[in-house]
Design a protein around this ligand. Sequence first.
Ligand code: IMP
Length: 181
Amino acid sequence: MRNRSRNLEVLLSAEEIEQRCAELGEQISHDYGDREVHVIAVLKGSFMFLADLVRNISLDVSIDFLGLSSYGSRKATSGVVRMTSDLSLPIQGRSVIVVEDIIDTGLTMKYLLENLQTRKPESIAVCTLLDKPSNRRVEVPIDYVGFEIPDEFVIGYGLDDAEFSRHLPYIGVVKEAGNES
Ligand code: IMP
């Protein structure tokens, strides 16, 4: 049977990610003082990061999910962002923190922030586990970054390659010969 994680080079270990989640959670707890925060996680990629991040936030936290899709082909963005599922709760007057797995071109986050602003939250902050700034096409404000990474296609810890490998506890780069990017 083919093992999809066979040719992975570990970029960020489970321990490094765990440590960074603790730091980010502490930073957010400090920045928001005694305010309640409403965390919006972008599915599917951020599910694992969300779970580790919120366990390190020592404030009152409510959570909602939203599905977005932009990938037309395997590893390149189509540039067209689509909402696949909407929030279940209103955000008017709330201190929102958007939790994302990775910001690459920035097109997905730009679309999302414009959409959320129309719902009149008190504030919106962006927390992304990974930032690939070298591939940015539009500027987006990012308040919390886990790791800045080079322009490589990464998988694991929520991030997928054609829906596989989200379950890996670390983040890796595929080093398979003949892999297109
Ligand atoms: P953007 O719109 O180009 O910023 O891309 C955002 C979305 O593209 C992320 O939420 C991911 O779903 C996906 N994406 C971008 N880079 C990668 C990667 O290296 N691995 C897996 N998914 C990625």
